[in-house]
Design a protein around this ligand. Structure first.
Ligand code: SF4
Length: 479
């Protein structure tokens, strides 16, 4: 889909027409096992033009692999064969080459652990996956941050996630299915009651297993949609449930500036919050309007002043490249303006249009991949020159141009939670709507996942089951 953006594949079982008669685009793939090699082949027909691609692995490489690893390797070979055939047709080379998957760092970090130098790891990325030199270098920097973070984590360290599924209004590109407060104000108290039950259930497991909470991340939704009193109560429940002596950070997403008040900032400060995320996405008013945010760039500046004056927080600000009606110029201005506000973290996302998102832009134009590439190039160069380093990165499906999201940080302000979740360093125990608990096996074995419903109503209805399910945490760790 990176090579054929916007197209809808059809998987035909019929005999294809002779190449000379065809006007359609078609891929034929094969996987053959011979004595020495497993070979994937691809024939790409574009009308009467034909292009071939091949990728092979020796049987020796497959020795000792289990079924899952073999299937994954075969899949990689097929992808590489398709990639090579399609690129021969003259299609533009994607910046991440033939690399698919959400976490490129999961391939880079093991190379460094095996003793590869940075240059060797970058070369391997370029050769094996045809990743561009710039992207391979970005990935190398984040892999180094991962290793630094890992070195400071203990075996029993874990992170907590709290999902608050409410926002003042819903952004056009939202895929979190959070409820707008206008419609669901009445849902907040019963939702919090259910959340407190889940906090109790999880904290019992943590206590029993002697796990150490090092990071808490409150996301959603927008947690600051809660009132100051509700936030205070939530912090009280967290402190009452969990032993927080080893805690190194608490992040609260205050993404929407229209939810930030002096009282809430004070509540966060008094409850040990270390990092607040104020997310403009764009500093251009017309773009903010186009994506359904009911606030202006001035509201962001006002909210940020309030956060700075109210506590000693690390501040993160998110921007998105590729928003409707945005242009290279206005994106670059947004970045410059955000940098002038001097946050410690800046996260640069690429717009990902997911199914389920209410993003029907109608007449509104979306910047094309080449323009998004220019936006990201500008951001990468500007942030590096200003002393920020990339500390985590990930990719999503349906991303404009197949690019990535990058978390940039001033030295010493890297967020442990973001690294842990992206690089799967430690278990994340999630509570609240849309929370995804991920239990990580330190030996690289299969991890376990438990996902809570996204909507408050479904979450409340499922709370008995969610609490009972938490027994699996103990079972997992005892294994
Ligand atoms: S702030 Fe985030 S979670 Fe809330 S509606 Fe917008 S995109 Fe969705």
């Amino acid at each position: 889909m990176t090579l054929f953006p916007g197209e809808k594949p059809e998987y035909s079982t019929e005999q294809p027409p002779a190449a000379s008669d065809s006007t359609e685009r078609r891929l034929e793939v094969s996987l053959s096992e011979k004595e020495k090699y497993v070979t994937a082949g691809c024939l790409y027909c574009d009308g009467s033009n034909r292009f071939h691609g091949k990728a092979a692995a020796s049987w020796e490489l497959l020795d000792g692999m289990d079924e899952v690893q073999r299937t994954s390797l075969f899949s990689q070979l097929l992808k590489t064969a398709i990639y090579r055939a399609v690129l021969r047709s003259g299609r533009e080379r994607p910046v991440w080459g033939a690399l698919t998957g959400v976490r490129p760092g999961k391939l880079m970090t093991p190379m460094l652990q095996k003793g590869f130098t940075g240059a060797q790891a970058v070369r391997q990325f370029e050769r094996t996956y045809d990743v561009s030199h710039e992207r391979a270098l970005l990935c190398l920097e984040t892999a180094r941050q991962t290793l630094r973070c890992e070195a400071e984590l203990g075996e029993k360290d874990i992170c907590l996630y709290i999902g608050i599924p409410f926002c003042p209004t819903r952004c056009a590109y939202c895929s979190f299915v959070s409820q707008s407060v206008e419609k669901s104000m009445g849902m907040i108290p019963p939702f919090l009651d259910a959340l407190y039950r889940e906090i109790d259930a999880v904290s019992q497991q943590v206590d029993r297993l002697g796990l150490r909470v090092v990071s808490v991340y409150m996301g959603g939704g927008t947690p600051t949609t809660l009132s100051a009193v509700q936030m205070e109560e939530l912090f009280r429940h967290l402190r009452g449930g969990f032993e927080l002596d080893a805690l190194r950070e608490i992040t609260v997403e205050a993404g929407r500036p229209d939810t930030i008040t002096e009282e809430k900032v004070l509540t966060m400060s008094q409850n040990g919050v270390t990092r607040v995320s104020v997310n403009p996405q764009s500093m251009t008013d017309s773009v903010l309007e186009a994506i359904g945010r009911r606030h202006s760039a001035e509201d962001i500046r006002r909210a940020l002043r309030m956060v700075r004056e109210g506590g000693n927080f690390s501040v993160n600000m998110d921007l998105i490249a590729g928003l409707p009606t945005d242009s290279r110029e206005s994106f670059c201005c947004s970045l410059d303006e955000v940098m002038a506000l001097e946050p410690e973290n800046i996260t640069v996302h690429t717009l990902s249009i997911k199914r389920g998102a209410r993003l029907h832009f109608g007449e509104k134009t979306l910047p094309g991949p080449a323009e998004v590439a220019d936006m990201l190039d500008y951001a990468n160069a500007r942030l590096s020159a200003a002393g920020f380093s990339p500390y985590y990165l990930y990719r999503q499906k349906n991303m404009s141009g197949g690019f990535e999201n990058i978390g940039w940080s001033r030295p010493g302000h890297e967020n442990i939670y973001n690294i842990c979740i992206m690089e799967e360093l430690r278990s994340i125990l999630a509570m609240g709507a849309g929370g995804s608990t991920k239990l990580i096996r330190p030996d690289g074995g299969r991890n376990a996942r438990m996902v809570a419903p996204k909507y408050p109503t479904e979450y409340i209805e499922a709370i008995d089951r969610l609490c009972t399910e938490k027994e699996k945490i103990t079972a997992f760790y005892q294994q």
